[in-house]
Design a protein around this ligand. Sequence first.
Ligand code: GUN
Length: 284
Amino acid sequence: MSAEVIYGNELAQSLRDEMKKEVTELRNKGIIPGLTVVLIGDDPASKSYVKGKQKASDYVGVDSELIELPDTTTQAQLLSLINELNEKESVHGILVQLPLPSHIEEQVVIEAISPEKDVDGFHPINIGRMMTGKDTFFPCTPYGIIQMMKSKNISLEGKHAVIIGRSNIVGKPVGQLLLNENATVTYCHSRTKEMEKYIESADILIVAVGKANFINGGDHIKEGAIVIDVGVNRIEDGSLTGDVDFDSAKEKASYITPVPKGVGPMTITMLMHNTIKSAKKING
Ligand code: GUN
């Protein structure tokens, strides 16, 4: 089998075009979706992600503000800024780019953001809402992955989804969203024994470990599986590659996502979705 490639960039573009129309209508009603991104320090990868967020905001018509602070910023200063943004009416979404410098406690910062402006979907209240099957802001990468599969009319019900990686940003929430769609979910991680056994039984394989070619050779991938590669790894020649060796996995899978042009563009698109959703909700 040679898999059909799910191009996230193409889906992202068509969703952004729809959002652009919706934002035009909102603006005509006096509602201007506003997103504030806070970037601390000058990590090149974070800078590049933040740039992508600004570009997407400009495209769909979201008013976006970037606040760049030095890595000497204290936790108290950051919390005070978040308080101001929580109160500011023109701000519908607040995103503090992670990771943060080590002297700032990430969880404290996440919990300081108003759950009603938490367009990342990281606040425990929003995670709880997601876990109990309520509508809320869903974390952007997991939500984008679900949209990619839905765009191909892939039925998730009853499928065995195996997730490799248990991060708070991707692994854990994507499992929850799949469970909400009635998939059967298995989490694998660095302490999992005989991981191949799980990979072999996966109808849907989601790989989010951050190691180039972690899944190599396609050996253990089930024939016809759906393979979603969340990894973004920069290799020696400077190019980006995923966690899955694409060429070998493509021979086994029925659907596969590439890197780049796969999950990445969908993450930013779902951030736009959440910001627009917040603007609509806050404005009744
Ligand atoms: N760093 C890497 N991915 C993300 C994300 O989705 N949100 C935030 N806030 N930081 C990130």
